[in-house]
Design a protein around this ligand. Structure first.
Ligand code: ATP
Ligand code: MG
Length: 147
């Protein structure tokens, strides 16, 4: 029997969702997918933070608009933990474009547009590690980091 790997991933509930009071709904969907919220805080990103977080997209035509959107209201940043948490979270989030997302995913249920798609989730183990460190120090994460 192979045991699936216990992982952590970074999740962001984006401004379109916080504005519509959907934090509880998103957390419920994550928990129903066996993802545990082990750290969480509500922030208003500065332009510099949003630019740095999405630096990988700096050359893309949607970058400036994405930074504007991500600084347009509150976000909730979270560390999720669970078996195969990175892939599992991407699955419960649904496709980037809400109109292409499978039924019963967060983006199908709550996303407004390709840009205003309600949630972010790390896409690999290495981005999960760097994105968690971007927002959280070790003492903010309980229990302490996976050995
Ligand atoms: P995320 O990184 O937020 O989890 P993702 O990995 O599904 O989403 P990316 O390709 O990394 O999608 O794009 C990052 C974010 O940029 C998307 O979630 C969306 O908000 C926005 N975005 C992506 N493509 C476009 C586009 N063509 N037009 C407008 N916004 C876009
Ligand atoms: Mg991405």
């Amino acid at each position: 029997m192979t045991l699936n790997k216990l992982e952590r991933t970074l999740s962001i509930i984006k401004p379109d969702a916080t504005r519509r009071n959907l934090v509880g709904s998103v957390v419920r969907m994550l928990e129903e997918a066996d993802l545990s919220v082990i750290a969480q805080k509500r922030l208003h990103l500065s332009e510099g933070q949003a630019r740095d977080f999405y630096a990988v997209h700096a050359e893309r035509p949607f970058y400036a608009s994405l930074v504007d959107f991500m600084t347009s209201g509150a976000v909730v940043v979270q560390v999720l933990e669970g078996e195969d948490a990175i892939a599992r979270n991407r699955e419960v989030m649904g496709a980037t474009n809400p109109s292409e997302a499978k039924a019963d995913t967060i983006r199908a249920r709550h996303g407004i547009s390709l840009e205003q798609n309600s949630v972010h989730g790390s896409d690999s183990a290495s981005t999960a590690a760097s994105e968690i460190a971007f927002f959280f120090s070790e003492v903010e994460i309980f229990p302490n980091p996976i050995q």
